[in-house]
Design a protein around this ligand. Structure first.
Ligand code: GDD
Ligand code: MG
Length: 371
């Protein structure tokens, strides 16, 4: 079974993280987002994936290559300029010969793809769209269906006055190859504004496959953090990498934790990272590979990427710290902060312990604790 993944977007809402890294490569518990996605797809017998790329394609190609290290065949199609979601699929039509899946490259889900494909075949649909319930449908594509599941209306990002259901386009489709004839070639064209409304207009059979399975679009920093926390807490079908050492603490090779440090799971720590004396890490948190967390620092609900250096007595809470960041002694990074690649925060020797505590938070006691 073949699938196309749309990975051409600029990931603007995830800036600064996506200034030098495309959205599919942002780490989710120490592995690129796309790697988790491929793991999920392989479970359903998808053995060939065509990646429709545009923004920073080299990052993805150099990490995944021909896919052989990941047990899947990968092909790449690079758009010189964005062709839109449907145009990007038309652009790879030479690789497609049968019914196939299309995935938005920023949704993580455990929707049952076998059941979805069965519905598509049973109803002889031209397109089947996975649907998921959300609280705020106005930021997605809203899909109205009849009780049979047949789609009546597709409205992309409607105002609240046009919202008639909480079921939205989950960004996973089954497509009959015939529909590609209706996508203009070498032209910017979207499924959401173009192909779906146009197929509905001509009364072609489009079906919705509703699911209550896990689903998230990682397009914003808040949702990006949520997926990391959910994966760590066992709420998705993917396990954190490394070996579990009890209490939801997942360690990869070469991790050193000082006996006077305290780690409260769920926490994952990447290879060759060092946690110094008196450090307290409170989960859900992730420390990437090759990091150093300096003595007496406190980290809570924080995502630290690769090769990050945190000085002594730093206080990091509810934040994302990208590759190569350096955080000086006594610095505080508050909730909601996203530090882009290679940012440097100077030491702050003037701060007293009281001012380092975040509003509404008290620093943990300094009694010695053991992990
Ligand atoms: N190759 C390619 N070329 N990919 C593209 C292009 C393009 O021109 N434009 C967007 N993409 C990719 C993005 O990289 C992303 O993986 C996916 O298409 C969807 O684009 P987003 O920019 O993330 O769209 P959205 O989240 O606002 O809305 C879409 O997803 C929602 C579900 O998360 C729509 O499909 C909505 O209808 C849907 O509900
Ligand atoms: Mg999106």
């Amino acid at each position: 079974m073949k699938a196309v993944i749309l990975v051409g977007g600029g990931g603007t809402r995830l800036r600064p993280l996506t200034y030098s890294m495309p959205k599919p490569m942002v780490p989710i518990v120490n592995r690129p987002f796309l790697e988790h996605m491929l793991t999920y797809m392989k479970r359903y017998g998808i053995d060939e994936v065509i990646l429709a790329l545009c923004y920073l394609p080299d990052h993805i190609q150099s990490y995944f290559g021909d896919g052989s290290d990941h047990g899947i065949r990968l092909r790449y199609a690079i758009e010189e300029r964005p062709l839109g979601t449907a145009g990007a699929v038309k652009n790879v039509s030479d690789y497609i010969d049968d019914t196939f899946f299309v995935f938005n490259g920023d949704v993580f889900t455990d929707i049952d793809l076998n059941a979805m494909l069965e519905l598509h075949q049973r109803e002889s649909a031209k397109v089947t769209i996975a649907l998921t319930p959300v609280e705020n449908p106005t930021i997605y594509g809203v899909v109205e269906t009849e009780t049979s599941g047949r789609v009546k209306r597709f409205i992309e990002k409607p105002g609240w006055d046009a919202v008639t259901t909480n079921m939205i386009n989950a960004g996973v489709y089954v497509l009959d190859p015939e529909v590609m004839e209706q996508i203009p070639g070498d032209w910017f064209y979207m499924f959401e504004h173009g192909l779906f409304p146009s197929l509905l207009e001509s009364e072609e059979p489009i079906y919705g496959y509703g699911s209550n399975g896990y689903w998230i679009d990682i397009g914003t920093p808040e949702k990006y953090m949520n997926l990391n926390f959910d994966l760590l807490s066992g709420e998705t079908s993917i396990m954190p990498p490394g070996k579990e050492h009890g209490g939801g603490i997942w360690l990869e090779e070469g991790v050193t934790i000082h006996p006077d440090a305290k780690v409260v799971g769920p926490v994952a720590i990447g290879r060759n990272s060092t946690i110094d004396a008196g450090v307290r890490i409170s989960g859900p948190s992730v420390i990437g590979p090759d990091c150093f967390i300096g003595a007496e620092s406190y980290l809570k609900e924080t995502l630290v990427w690769q090769n990050v250096n945190v000085g002594r007595e730093a206080n990091l809470q509810g934040c994302v710290i990208a590759d190569g960041v350096s955080i000086g002694d006594n610095s505080a990074v508050p909730r909601g902060c996203v530090l882009g690649q290679n940012v440097s925060i100077e030491s702050n020797s003037a701060l007293s312990p009281e001012t380092k505590a975040m509003p509404g938070e008290s620093l943990p006691s300094s009694e010695p604790t053991r992990s």
